[in-house]
Design a protein around this ligand. Structure first.
Ligand code: CNA
Length: 296
């Protein structure tokens, strides 16, 4: 396993595995059957074109737009100690982010396509929006490293809370409480807050990238640990492709790292074109509903 350096690989150093460090070469490598166990690692950037802001982009990111919630600091909205005292800001945000309001993006469809073609080893996502599930990525292929809105429970006695009541509460911006007699604890979706353990599913799968034959990282600043370390678990000779607005996390330091800097939907469209599956990529998700459009 290679030591990450901070400066990009010297362009005059030839790649070991790929023909060159281009999207076309990555597509050819897949077409030739060399990549059959692809790990995909994503963050908020794959959902921004759906209308869900990321955290850290200046001006448009969630953290720079949380002032209206009167938080002591932006991250407090996902802080378990703060939630115990004041859960309202989180439920205000949950009202905006709750699954069902947004449609999957082209980037989500690309991941589903990899799965349909039996090329997806695992999707590691930091997102809580469930758009990968909605795009049709099978549940057993997804590791929601920071949890999601899919389930919810009492933060005290851990009793699961019914989904229909959760939906009602979120739509009315109410704070739901545990139904267990004598408990009445606060209910929270199974999203990992600061100060909470990552899900067991993450720990069970975190060494899987060691066995991958390709890694695609998209739409993440790779700043949150331990998720941020996942790409470094891939073997040195394994191509790692970064499709992101900016260079992040030491990607670009190995001989077979490929940087596709720009919008991730545009990046996966290029890759799909190289794979000859552009039409499949653009196929509607879940019937004829428009893609990536907010359903108010
Ligand atoms: P982040 O730290 O906000 O970084 C996002 C990254 O994506 C940045 O590097 C951006 O430059 C890049 N980016 C933004 N838009 C695009 C685009 N269209 N194309 C390509 N790149 C783009 O978000 P991370 O996911 O890295 O941080 C981890 C946090 C964010 C997790 O704990 C998540 O729960 C949390 N989050 C999730 C969602 C969601 O579920 N959709 C939304 C906001 C935050």
């Amino acid at each position: 396993m290679g030591q990450e350096q901070s400066s990009p690989v010297d362009e005059s150093v030839p790649p070991q595995t790929l023909e060159d460090r281009s999207v076309e070469s990555v597509a050819k490598y897949i077409r030739d059957g060399h990549a059959k166990k692809i790990v995909v690692m994503v963050g908020a950037g794959v959902s921004t074109s759906a209308g869900i802001p990321d955290f850290r982009s200046p001006d448009t990111g969630l953290y720079s737009n949380l002032a209206r919630l009167n938080l002591p600091y932006p991250q407090a909205v996902f802080d378990i100690s703060f939630f115990r005292v004041n859960p309202l800001p989180f439920y205000t945000l949950a009202h905006e982010l709750y699954p069902g309001k947004y449609r999957p993006t082209i980037s989500h469809s690309f991941i589903r396509l990899l799965s349909d073609k039996s090329l997806l080893l695992k999707l590691f996502t930091q997102n809580i929006d469930c758009l990968d599930r909605e795009a049709g990525v099978p549940e057993d292929k997804i590791v929601e490293a920071h949890g999601s809105f899919a389930l919810q429970r009492c933060i005290e006695c851990k009793t699961p809370f019914p989904e229909d009541l959760m939906k009602q509460a979120v739509s009315k911006r109410d704070v739901p409480h545990c139904l267990t007699p004598q408990c009445n604890g606060l209910v929270k979706p199974d999203i990992v807050f600061f100060g909470e353990q990552l899900p067991e599913n993450f720990h069970r799968n975190r060494s899987l990238p060691c066995t991958a034959d390709m890694c695609i990282v998209m739409g993440t600043s790779l700043t949150v640990q331990p998720f941020a370390s996942l790409p470094s678990f891939c073997s040195d000779e394994v191509p790692r492709v970064l499709i992101n607005l900016e260079r992040v996390g030491g990607l670009g330091t190995r001989a077979d790292d490929v940087l596709v800097l720009g919008d991730c939907d545009a990046g996966v469209r290029k890759l799909a074109a190289g794979l000859g599956c552009e039409k499949e990529l653009e196929a509607p998700v879940g019937g004829d509903q428009p893609r990536a459009k907010r359903q108010d």
